[in-house]
Ligand binder design. Structure first.
Ligand code: SAM
Length: 304
């Protein structure tokens, strides 16, 4: 949690012991001193790939709204500048929030601003490199970086964030990972593009599927190809291979259809459900002629 970390204390060697004690007592993660050195120890830092350019306040609010931030969220702003998005997340949305910033002076300004805004108990500012921070606790991520930094960050976002986590980027894209939604917002100095991605569950691979309906059970193998949130593939039954169509994946919510020649004739199976690691389950609809039969389905990822 944030606490006041007086800037001057880490600059003057006679006060280093006091500064260290204050930092320890307050939990401040500011620049620490090291024994035998006369000044603060600044950890090796990557040079910033982007300098501080603040998001206008109204655009920041739209970023948080686009991510659907609520008071249950832990919002991360990677490259948090003067802390404005982190503070807005806490002040206006009741969320907890974490800012990660390379520039120690901006981290200090952010901590002071959070105290002034009365949200110091809900926010944390980490003085560090956003590429080295543990992202796993985040439930929403804000970015205002560059296209190159977004691309470098992309594998970490996909690997470390839980399916369904929203990631919003002010101004920049993520290469071939197309946004789930883009909006243009207008602020006094012009229009801005905001992009939203929802972290998709990992569904690539073979799944043993069982569809239970009033008149019996269908066992099949769904072989899924995944390209970010896009899913294609086939449904293999003991007698045929049918293409998977109308597939969608949003976070952990998956849906797809396939038409197979089940008795008493061709029937379209539509499966909707949730993926949880190596298993999935949900509601099935089987359409043959005019009849629509409801059922349930479960699936387990096939080993290998
Ligand atoms: C364009 S500013 C955005 C600030 C804030 N997020 C906002 O929207 O107002 C980008 C910030 O990222 C910081 N930054 C750049 N590279 C970084 C890195 N590797 N780790 C942490 N912060 C970084 C810069 O110092 C700068 O403050």
């Amino acid at each position: 949690m944030t606490a006041t970390c007086p800037r001057s204390e880490v600059k003057r060697s006679p006060w280093i012991a006091i500064a260290t004690l204050v930092a320890l007592l307050t939990g401040c993660a500011g620049p620490p001193s090291v024994p035998g050195e006369s000044g603060p120890r600044y950890p090796p830092r990557a040079s910033p790939g982007v300098v501080f350019v603040p998001t206008p306040p109204d655009v920041g609010v739209e970023m948080l709204k686009l991510a659907g931030v609520t008071n249950n969220d832990l919002v991360y702003d990677l490259g948090s500048g003067d802390g404005r998005l982190v503070i807005a997340a806490a002040q206006l949305f009741g969320a907890r929030a974490v800012g990660v910033e390379l520039d120690a002076r901006l981290v200090q300004d952010s901590r002071e601003a959070a105290i002034k805004a009365g949200v110091a108990d809900r926010v944390t500012f980490i003085w560090g490199d956003l590429f080295e921070v543990d992202l796993r606790p985040a439930t929403a991520v804000m970015l205002y970086l560059t296209a190159a930094m977004n691309l470098r960050l992309r594998p970490r976002l996909l690997a470390d964030l839980r399916p369904g986590t929203p990631v919003v980027s002010h101004g920049f894209d993520m290469g071939e990972w197309t946004p789930d939604r883009s909006v243009r917002v207008f602020s006094p100095d012009g229009a801005r593009q905001l992009n939203l991605w929802i972290i998709p569950a990992r569904v690539q691979g073979s799944w043993a599927v069982s569809v239970t309906m009033p008149d019996g059970e269908l066992k099949a193998t769904a072989i899924l190809e995944q390209n970010f949130q896009r899913v294609t593939g086939v449904l293999r039954t003991p007698t045929e291979v049918a293409p998977i169509v109308e597939a969608s994946l949003r976070g952990d919510a998956i849906a797809f259809s396939a038409t197979v020649g089940m008795k008493p004739g061709p029937r379209t199976i539509r499966l909707r459900g949730l993926v949880a690691g190596d298993s999935a389950a949900g509601m099935a609809e089987v359409t043959g002629g005019l009849a629509i039969e409801p059922g349930r389905w479960t699936a387990r990822r096939a080993p290998g």
